[in-house]
Design a protein around this ligand. Structure first.
Ligand SMILES: *Cc1c(COP(=O)(O)O)cnc(C)c1O
Length: 495
């Protein structure tokens, strides 16, 4: 059995299903397994297996209190026709690297990989722990997470979801994606404020014990779908193993051949999953941590000092515009030898002063990570170059990872086979992508989307096409000081 402990020491030895139900530990820490399990199979024996079969082999090592039947049901319910390809996460070779396309799910961004299974993991967890309350997911979003969570939880029995997004603070397409979402148990509310206001409001509601009690009497409990939930991290390990198996199958690498992985990073969840795959036994050499102009992580890997006291830059890769990467706490914890006291001290320093410094042995532990960053001009050039050479089109987030990888390779001459995590469909960021390739992107969103279809010679994904005609169902707005009352009412509409 694997048990889970808080990275801050305040909660110990809970089961996987309990950790998934809780999300965040009560001391503010994140849950980590008491050891990182090793593969109990040879990777080469996974050749020929489907995504779903590989998902089971990997996830069973972490979710040890789920039965085989339960886990297989969760996997089957998640990775089905919601994805537009049976491969679930296909891999495409272009100009010296392998792009692992994580955007074939319902909302055409990589958050679908975890958020399509989390609701299933959560409802099974509720059953296992005799929780009969309805679980209401409360999320603040700057764009991608909100829609992926709504799509994941839509019409899942025993759950509901309320998403707050900043009015005017998300792209037109992102807003349409949320406000047109179907499902009797979902709602999206525009708040009069920015993303931080939404996030702060949600955290306040989570911390409101009196409100929790009031809801408990109605048979409702709140939970979170943010990337700090271990139920999001574990499913993300799967596709790195899957990509390795694909490379083995096509003979691009031999048994135990090492690969590098480059990941466009924001909250540090996706790249941490790649690192955990390595710790489990996947032959991975370097983890290339790619940042945009908000390069806190690059500076951290260079100096050992994490310093969020800097200007926040708005970029064309908004899902990476982050100054506090929550999942880095898990790496800090591992690098200290799972010393919760040491980790708590550093996190306390972060919240008090906005910075902390790790010891030299901790820094040494992290030497598998190579930090890099690319500014807007560099990213646009990479997107255009790749298109000019191959016709393959990538989005702005993937562009960051591709540019940083190219610079890494030129600098180090390390030419190992490399997988680049491709985290969003270019159609999700059409304006920036078409602008980068053609030098101009005038016109409304849907005109630009049609232009992208022409130049990339691909068809517009359904998820985008349908937005033109779908009915807008969620029109509620609220003041930032009135979120609790909004939640109270929303729980009645969606129950
Ligand atoms: C969320 C997101 C990222 C960042 O992933 P993290 O796990 O937060 O590091 C990168 N690209 C896209 C498109 C995203 O939606």
């Amino acid at each position: 059995m694997i048990y889970y402990n808080s990275t801050r020491g305040g909660e110990k030895n809970i089961t996987a299903s309990q950790a998934i139900l809780k999300g965040l530990a009560c001391d503010g820490g994140l849950f980590m397994p008491d050891r990182i399990p090793e593969f109990d199979f040879n990777v080469k024996d996974l050749c020929g297996k489907t995504y779903q079969e590989i998902a089971y082999e990997v996830m069973k090592l972490y979710l040890t209190d789920y039965t085989k039947e339960e886990l297989c049901e969760c996997i089957a319910g998640a990775y089905d026709e919601k994805f537009d390809t049976e491969e679930i996460a296909p891999i495409t070779y272009a100009d010296g690297a392998y792009y692992l396309e994580l955007y074939h799910g319902a909302t055409i961004a990589f958050k679908d990989m975890a958020l399509s299974i989390l609701p299933h993991l959560m409802t099974v967890a509720a059953k296992k722990n005799n929780v009969s309350d309805k679980i209401i997911i409360l999320t603040a979003t700057s764009g991608d997470t909100g829609k992926a969570a709504m799509a994941g939880f839509a019409d899942v029995p025993g759950t509901g979801i309320i998403v707050f997004f900043p009015k005017g603070g998300v792209s037109h397409i992102q807003q349409l994606q949320m406000t047109t979402q179907r499902g009797a148990n979902v709602t999206a509310v525009a708040i009069h404020g920015n993303f931080d206001d939404a996030q702060t409001g949600v955290k306040k509601i989570f911390g409101d014990a009196e409100f929790a009690e009031e809801l408990r009497k109605k048979g409702v409990r709140l939970s979170s779908a943010n990337s700090i939930n271990i139920g999001r991290l574990v499913p993300q390990i799967v596709y790195y193993v899957y990509s390795y198996v694909k490379l083995l199958e096509c003979g691009r690498i031999g048994e135990n051949g090492k690969i590098n992985i480059s990941v466009p990073t924001g909250n540090f969840g996706n790249i941490l999953a790649a690192y955990m795959a390595k710790c489990m036994g996947l032959p991975v050499d370097r983890l290339i941590c790619a940042s945009n102009d908000n390069k806190v992580l690059y500076d951290f890997f260079e100096t050992g000092v994490y310093d969020k006291n800097r200007e926040f830059v708005l970029t064309d890769s908004p899902s990476m515009d982050i100054l506090v990467s929550s999942n880095l706490e898990r790496l800090i914890y591992l690098s200290s030898g799972c010393d919760a006291q040491c980790n708590s001290r550093l996190m306390e320093s972060l919240s008090r002063t906005g910075e902390y410094e790790v010891s030299s042995s901790m820094k040494d532990y992290m030497r598998d990570f190579a930090g890099g960053y690319a500014d807007e001009e560099r990213v646009h050039k990479k997107i255009k170059d790749l298109y000019d050479r191959t016709g393959y089109v990538i989005d702005t987030h993937t562009g960051v990872a591709a540019a940083v990888y190219e610079d890494y390779r030129n600098r180090t001459k390390d030419d190992k086979v490399t997988v680049i995590a491709s985290t969003a469909s270019p159609y999700k960021f059409s304006k920036a992508v078409v602008g980068a390739i053609t030098g101009q992107a005038e016109g409304d969103d849907f005109e630009i989307i049609d232009r992208l279809s022409e130049i990339s010679n691909t068809s517009v994904p359904n998820a985008v096409k349908e937005l033109k005609t779908l009915e807008v169902r969620h029109k509620a707005e609220c003041e930032k000081d009135n979120m609790k009352e909004t939640v109270r009412q929303a729980i009645d509409w969606i129950s």
